[in-house]
Each structure stands twice: as C-alpha cells, then as structure tokens.
Design a protein around this ligand. Structure first.
Ligand code: FE2
Ligand code: FE2
Length: 135
C-alpha cells in the first residue's frame, strides 16, 4: 500500500481547511500503521471511528464555509463528500463483521479520494474562497 504523505498539490490555500486536511491525513496514517502492526480490532475500530468523526466534522465545516461564501459548485462538492461518507459507512459495517482486510481497502480508497478531492476540487474552491476574502 502506498504511503500517505502530505503532498503540496493537496494544499487548498485556506489555512483552516489545510489544517483540517492535515489532521485527517494524520489520523488516516495512524490507522494505516495500526493495521500494518496487526493491532487488535478494538484499536482499529476506535481509530476508524476517529477518522470518521474527523471527516464528518471537516466536511460539515468545509460545506458551511463554502455555503457562507456562496460557492457556486457547492452541490457537486457536497456530492463528492457524500460518496466518501457512504463508502466509509459501508466499510465500517464490514469491519464489524470481522473483515479487517476491508479496512486496508478503505484506507487506500480514502488516500486516492483525498488526493483527487483536494488536488482537483480543492484547486477550484481554494482560490475561489481566497478571492472572497476567506482565510
Ligand atoms: Fe476537504
Ligand atoms: Fe471537500
């Protein structure tokens, strides 16, 4: 599995969003290390919940920021978030039925999602937010 490293391409340019993305990536890296170490399922479950909570909080705050600034492509962006959250819920329930390999798949899926979501969509809304005076 590829290592999750912070990529300059993922920088959106709005500090609060970049900070939240960084925290999310850190939590994802911790989860990945726990899986590689073969940590017990209780630990993995806790970390998975943490990733999910961080993501939910981040998505809510990002959507609120975009809505407040009147971002024109908000609905499409919201749809990308929804897709990931639905996937996360699915893996969460698979893990509950003891398919821990699926958590590896989830981390990989999130890594790809995160990279394309921030490097593509983030490059659209980031400069747009900065133009609106959002910091
Ligand atoms: Fe984001
Ligand atoms: Fe986003």
């Amino acid at each position: 599995m590829a290592t999750l490293t912070w990529n300059q391409a993922c920088n959106v340019g709005v500090q609060s969003i970049d900070d939240q993305h960084g925290a999310l990536l850190d939590a994802l890296n911790e989860l990945r290390s726990a899986l590689l170490k073969g940590s017990e399922s209780k630990t993995v479950r806790t970390m998975l919940r943490q990733v999910r909570e961080l993501l939910e909080m981040h998505v809510a705050s990002e959507e609120q920021m975009l809505a407040r600034a009147g971002y024109p492509k908000l609905e499409a962006h919201r749809a990308e978030h929804k897709k990931l959250l639905a996937r996360l819920a699915l893996y969460d329930s698979r893990f509950e039925s003891r398919q821990s390999d699926s958590v590896f798949e989830l981390v990989e899926y999130m890594r790809k999602w995160f990279t394309s979501h921030t490097a593509v969509s983030g490059k659209v809304y980031g400069p747009w937010l900065l133009l609106q005076g959002v910091r």
